[in-house]
Design a binder for this molecule. Structure first.
Ligand code: SF4
Ligand code: SF4
Length: 545
């Protein structure tokens, strides 16, 4: 019972946006509430990746067992990052507190908590910056918006840095281009210097570092799961794909989030990948070592994100492939497009990706050598290389959720829509101010998709769910498509809570349902085993038309 400890949707939707503060925010102490925070990182997970101060602690403890010189560590870390990242220095200096970002954050919209306004979230750190690093702050103190870093203030910073999904929606509306997500990233880095991570991030990071994927799946279990998908595909289509694993000399390395291999509804998306690649006769291999596209290191520190990202390239080198094809993921792509080249690139040991089916050169992937499967599939469709029967998806009335990372992080708006419109006949957009670059976060990204913070997640998921509710009521939408593994997991829960009439699917599940494969048998069910349109069981007494 995922929702047993949180209010019912009609109660949670009663959100007051009037600041409850009787005093100024600087004088209002933090109230760390159950249902909003995630559990602390376990010592074994911090130890696995060499993070400092591993110990058992809980956010509700009075004493967080910090090192004696914790303040010095935090401030020195801040000083280093002000020197290293010009953006951080600028974002600390130039906010004019105009408030244009204030009502753009899904956590503020869903909670009404003023400290979830992006401007105020950033002020939590900025107030320390002013006190320690500016003349005015040192001289005028509170009058200049400065405050001292105390244990209570540190707790407040922790609480709100883990109520930001680093989605960057607020930055879109800031006239100065301040990116609060970058401030959160630095904030979390500083907290990690003191051993203040959450376990839903520390656990996956440790797993990924030791075993290649966030879920800690061993190579044989990874392969067993794919074998299970092959059985399912054979049952549905009569065709059994023959994927290879860790094969040296393959042309392409395929990497996708482990959520696609182990969690519904991502598993159906993974079946879609297998069917598409089989139909194309693609010379590709899966890796059971680089078996994770996502990167929870990104929610810990730049260094950790680089460490986890690099394994994909190390594996591509080991296997001697030409280029990398990536599945439906969110943060994998933001990292590849915005950070990878600076961290470890360019990947000169690989070749500029060329589709072996259409001959299209993916010049956009010249440096990273990594192509998103959705652009690969869009190119196949555009060149008439796929036989598709969109009527097989006629039981679905579909809308599309732009993932923050692929949409705002990559400008990836049209390709998924192009694919979607070719594999289904009933597509409906959500309101304009909730899609494309203005998309709302699923509410559980950046490592917040835990069970214990369900109230926070449902509050943060409210704006997206509200837009889904709108198209459900207006157009009868019953399926929410997306191209991100975290979205598939997070939106399934948030739909169950807010709009239970709507299911969640990956794009390539729909592609595979519509795909006419050479030599396939008559298909009567979709990949979930549900009857395809025209093959529903007749009710008693009902006649053929
Ligand atoms: S929109 Fe930009 S300048 Fe205005 S308050 Fe927000 S972060 Fe500051
Ligand atoms: S990045 Fe997203 S979650 Fe974070 S403050 Fe901005 S809108 Fe809110």
């Amino acid at each position: 019972m995922a929702f047993k400890n949180i209010p019912k949707p009609n109660e949670l939707a009663q959100i007051g946006h009037k600041p409850p503060l009787m005093k100024g925010w600087l004088d209002t102490p933090v109230d760390i509430r159950t249902g909003v925070f995630c559990y602390a990182g376990q010592p074994k997970n911090l130890e696995a990746v060499g993070l400092p101060n591993p110990r058992k602690w809980a956010p509700t403890d009075d004493d967080w067992q910090l090192p004696d010189n914790w303040k010095e560590i935090f401030l020195e870390g801040m000083r280093e990052r002000l020197d290293k990242y010009r953006t951080f220095q600028i974002f600390m200096d130039i906010c004019v507190r105009c408030g244009a970002c204030a009502d753009k954050c899904h956590f503020f919209i869903g909670s009404g908590d003023p400290k979830n306004m992006p401007v105020l979230r950033a002020e939590l750190l900025r107030s320390i910056y002013r006190r320690e690093f500016t003349f005015a702050g040192k001289l005028l103190g509170k009058m200049a918006g400065a405050r001292e870093l105390t244990p209570e203030v540190l707790k407040e910073i922790w609480y709100y840095m883990f109520q930001c999904t680093e989605c960057r929606r607020c930055s879109l509306f800031c006239p100065y281009g301040i990116d609060t997500a970058e401030i959160t990233i630095i904030g979390r880095e500083l907290l990690n210097l003191l051993g203040l991570n959450i376990d839903w991030i520390a656990g996956p990071v440790a797993n990924c570092y030791r075993k290649g994927n966030h879920l800690g799946i061993e190579p044989h279990a990874f392969k067993d799961m794919i074998d299970f998908f092959l059985d399912e595909i054979e049952g549905v289509s009569g065709i059994r794909p023959e994927p290879t694993f860790n094969r040296k000399g393959a042309e392409i390395l395929f990497v996708t989030p482990s959520g696609d291999v182990f969690a519904d509804p991502g598993t159906y998306t993974a079946m879609g990948y297998l069917m598409l690649f089989h139909q194309l006769g693609l010379d590709y291999t899966w890796s059971t070592y680089a078996s994770e596209g996502g990167n929870f290191g990104f929610f810990t520190s730049n260094e950790m994100a680089q460490r986890l990202n690099y394994k994909i390239y190390a594996e591509a080198k080991r296997l001697g492939v030409k280029w990398i094809l990536g599945g439906e993921c969110g943060h994998m792509w933001r990292l590849i497009h915005q950070y990878m080249d600076t961290w470890s690139g360019p990947a000169d040991f690989l070749e500029e990706p060329v589709s072996p089916i259409t001959g299209t050169k993916f010049e956009n992937a010249k440096a990273t050598k990594m192509v998103h499967l959705v652009e690969f599939t869009a190119d196949l469709i555009r060149n008439g290389k796929l036989k598709l029967d969109p009527s097989r998806n006629d039981n679905l009335r579909v809308t599309f959720h732009d993932s923050c990372n692929t949409a705002r992080g990559m400008g990836f708006f049209e390709e998924p829509r192009y694919v979607l419109k070719n594999v289904c006949n009933n597509f409906f957009e959500m309101p304009e101010n909730t899609i494309r670059e203005q998309t709302f976060c699923c509410g559980s990204g950046s490592g917040l998709n835990a069970g214990e913070d369900m109230e926070l997640r449902m509050r943060g998921g409210f704006p997206r769910a509200n837009a889904v509710r709108y198209v459900h009521d207006k157009f009868g939408v019953n399926m929410l498509a997306n191209i991100c593994a975290i979205d598939r997991a997070a939106l399934s829960t948030s739909m169950e809570y807010w709009v239970p009439e709507v299911g969640v699917t990956g794009l390539h599940e729909m592609v595979a349902n519509a795909l006419i494969m050479d030599g396939e048998g008559e298909r009567t069910t979709d990949l979930r085993g549900e009857p395809l349109p025209g093959f529903e069981e007749k009710e008693e007494g009902e006649e053929d038309v």
